[in-house]
Structures are given as C-alpha cells and as structure tokens.
Design a protein around this ligand. Sequence first.
Ligand SMILES: Nc1nc2c(ncn2[C@@H]2O[C@H](COP(=O)(O)OP(=O)(O)OP(=O)(O)O)[C@@H](O)[C@H]2O)c(=O)[nH]1
Length: 584
Amino acid sequence: MHSHVINEPTDLYSQPYVRVLHLAEKLQVSPKKVLSILINTEIREYNLATKIFHSEIKLVTDELGIGQSIPSVLITRRPPIVSVMGHVDHGKTTLLDSLRNTNVAENEPGLITQHVSSFVVKFEGRDVTFIDTPGHAAFAGIRGRGAKINDITILVVDCCEGVQPQTKEVIRLIKEFRIPSVVALNKIDKDEANIEKTEQELQENGLELMNIPSVQISALRGDNLDILMRLVVTESDGVNLDTDLGGNPFGFILETSKARYLGGLATILPLRGIARLGTIISSGRTLCRIKAILLPSGEKVKEIGPGYPCTIAGWRQGLPNPGLKFISAEKLVDAKRMAKVPANLWVLEKNKRKRQILKKLFLAEKSRSAVQESVEIRGNKNTLCVLLKSDTEGSKEALETILTSTSPEYLKIQVFTSTIGDINLTDVRHAKALKAHILGFNVGIHRDAVSLLTSSAVPYFTHNVVYQIINYVSEQLDKMLPPDYVEERIGMADIISFPSGLDLRVPLECEVTEGNFDENYSFRVISKSGEIKYDGRSQDFELKNGRNFNVRFPFLADYEATDKIECYDLVLRKRKLFWQVNTE
Ligand SMILES: Nc1nc2c(ncn2[C@@H]2O[C@H](COP(=O)(O)OP(=O)(O)OP(=O)(O)O)[C@@H](O)[C@H]2O)c(=O)[nH]1
C-alpha cells in the first residue's frame, strides 16, 4: 500500500558511482577507450569493473568532448507534482478528497493522525503526487521567483458557474508559465451543468481546448476520475521528471504545524536527493536535523525520495516559512573537508599538477557518502558568477581550470567570460548586468572603465598572485553559505517533581546539576535511553531559591522522573574558508 517509501536497495543511493563498463555503455563508446582515458589520468588503477565517481566520470566526458554533463547513472524519475486550482467552490477540495480516498488506507493501526493536504496517488503502477497549493498568491510568488514546484495543473471549473475571476487567473498563470494542464469540467452530475457553455467560455478566455486535454467529472460522485488520472499521467510523460538521487536533498516547504511529542513539524516536498533520519537541512533561518519522517498516511519511515511529500520533525530556531526552498546543510561538513586539501596543490602548472589536484579532489569526494552535483541551482544565489581577465593565454587557462574544476558542490562558480587584457568598459557593463564579480590576474583597468566600476559598485578584484584571487573567491563563496551553528550546553538539570495525569498547566520542578539555566536559551527533555521528548523554548520559566527552577513546555509529553533537562544555545561558528591558501 505505502509504495511511496523507497523500496529499492538503499546502497543504490549511498553509492553514487558507476562501473567503467557501465559508463562506456551509457556513453556508447568502447569500454577500452574509457579505460585508457582513466589509466592515463594516473589517479589510480582501473579495470572494467572499477567503480568510478563523478569527478572521474567528468574527466572521461571532458576528454571525449561530450561536455560537462554527468551521465545519468543516479538519475531517476520522480512522481509528477500536480496541483489542483480553480475558483472558490468549484470543487478543488472535493476533488482532492475523492482522489485521496481512492488511495489512502484509513485507520491503520499505529499511524499518527495528522492533517496533511499533500498525498500520493498510485495509478496504473505510477505514483502521482498531489499538493494543495496554499492559495494563488503564494503560488504565483513561488513561480515568480523562478522556482518550480508543480509540474502539472488541474484546472477545476464548475460547469454550472462557468469561467469565474479565479479561473481566469489560473488560465493566465498556465499560459504565462506554460504549465502542462488538464481541465476538469466539474459537477456534471448537476442538472444545471452546462458543459458546452463552459467550454466556450474557456475558449474565449484563451484556453485552447484543442490543445489542452479536458475531462468531464463529478468530483463529488467520483465520475471519470480514472480518466482524469490517465490524462495527468499522459501529460506527465512530456515533463522532465529526472532527478538526482545522489544529490544534496533540496525541495520546498509546503506547510508547517505543531504536534504533541514531536514539536514543530514541516511538510516538505523533496525534489532531489534522499532525505534520511539525521540529515540536516536548512530553510531561511531555520535548521532541522531530521528526527522523524512521516508519510501523509502517518506512517513513520527512515528515508524519503524526491517527489514524495512528507512531514519532518527536528526543527530548531522556529519553523520555516511555507513556500520557501530548503536545502541540505551537510555541505557545511564537506566545506571543512575541502579546506583540508593541501594548499601547495593550487599552484597551477598544467597536466601533472592538474592531475594531482584532481586526484586530491577525487579523494575528498570519495570520502563523502554521496556525490553532489548542483544540477538546477543556476543563476541564483548559490552561484558565484565571475568574469575573468588575465594577462596571458597560460594564466587564463590556469584560472579557468582552478575555478571550474574546484567549485565546491552545492555552491557553483560560473565563469561567464574569460578573456585576455585589461578590464574595460564592456566587461564592467556585462558584470553589472550579470551581477558578476570581475577577477583580474595581472591586468589593469582601462581608464574609461574606472568611473562605471566605482559608480555601479560592481565587485572586482585584481592581483598578480593567483593565491590572492583564490582567497577572494573563497571569501565570496563563504558569504553565500547559510550560518553554521554549533550547540553549546549551558546547563543540565534533574526533574524533582512532575504533574500527574499529564496536566499541561502544572510546571515541572527541576534541580540544576550542572551549569546554569536561563529561559533565553533552548531546552531539551531527554529520557534515560537518550530519546528527546521535547526540544524548544520553555514556558513560564521561574528560577526558585538556589539551584531549583520551575518550567513548563508548550507540548505535552510523557515526562518521567528519570528524564534529564538540558539547557543549550546555538552559537554561530566562524567557518574556515573553502580553500585555505598557504602563501609561503
Ligand atoms: N453536485 C456536485 N457538487 C460538488 C461537486 N464537487 C464539489 N461539489 C460541491 O461544491 C461545494 C464546493 O466544493 P469544494 O470542494 O469545497 O470547493 P473548493 O473549490 O475547494 O472551494 P474553496 O476551498 O472554498 O476554494 C461543496 O458543497 C461540494 O460538495 C460535484 O462534482 N458535484
């Protein structure tokens, strides 16, 4: 029934490699050719069965001249994301409910009751994810920011009322963003339903029913919902639903809620990667180390793949805002590993040195559990755009190589142009339009470019030492990362007395055993076995005589006398830069 749990072997995801032979097949070149390219790199020993990683795959594809794209070894097809839209009372909720009921097993024992408006329908062996978009304004906002949340829209129109203002708004959105759509002509069970008139009105409002599939349904009775599903599945065949299972998890926050025992919850829609228990994600200023994953049915799972909405617990520093993107924060750890690559390797002499660098990078990459590639994060705040200027062909190539082969995953360095000569007016104009940084190696600035450079505040950096340029880039990348927090324990306490009958109004009485307690910090209730029963802010914290205090927590939990209370703070940590360059 719960087929939306990932049910293939787990190591498929945690082993983001491909064997040499398999890669040759994918690329449709002879295995011998691939093998010889790899052997020539001198990175290590290879045979046809060797497992190779993304950095090595890239070497092969580069050498073969088939571009930068990484073969789709870990690419999988996720379920299409469908949202139902339409005018008020035209039957959106009824349709969603009918679709959900065809699928959901209700009252299964052991499930946690929750209200989640997103769910997965299985249709003819395919999973289709429905999300209840929270109103048109938010939807338009999400779209407007260039992000992609739904693949297909079902436009519901009440055939008794015909086209109404919000119907027109949806038509506008569908057309503007070219969203594949299906029209559901609803309430055909009613006598007043006028299908022809509704179709005509849709046509008059610019919806070409010749090109857009439509179906007459009764959301209430469930008539023709199978046809609707088939149309949706057919439409989804034309949509690129490929996603990278090995990538850093990222997706959207759909809604938030709070629950007893679990604290703050957020329903998320992952669009890439596998999110697991323990995965750290961040959204806006909030951070979550995933401590529970619940499917819309309430079933608890350990991991979740792209395209499957789920509710996660473990949020710190409040709850994220619906509509926002979330990203994996694991890269904070990776960034530190990258920083350990010895600095003297950044001296660029071609070929041999380059191989050494790639070898180091490869080793760093191999040590990570998953290879990440920022596939769709382009042209946004995860990309540092640069315009390179160099004095000679040799230094130009060196700079390009260093910047393109070493950008840490998740953050991307995009080199727009790389040319030889002083920084001129055109460069500054381009940089301004592209919001790019100008990096100059051993070059000057044209006189006519100076004034625009200062007045337009285009960031630029020139130097005749390559390390300094790398340092500059490193600093810029660092500024793009979300803050890195570490936990600091403030104090520990024992529970001396607690309310019987789980009465929320009665405070817990506690005694400090270590450090201090202060209501301005976060609190955690930990059971003897280490289970976290509560994590968050306190309520009505009251310091008593000496080392005792009273405290209440907003959520009810089965507190016990053996529980410990921890008081902790999240402190901003100063990060090491990506590339620590040793200038000696
Ligand atoms: N007869 C009939 N009634 C329907 C059908 N679909 C929905 N309704 C009724 O129309 C009314 C509005 O339906 P909803 O599903 O709440 O409409 P909605 O579009 O979700 O409305 P909002 O959430 O307020 O925007 C309800 O009374 C439904 O029972 C249908 O196919 N046939």
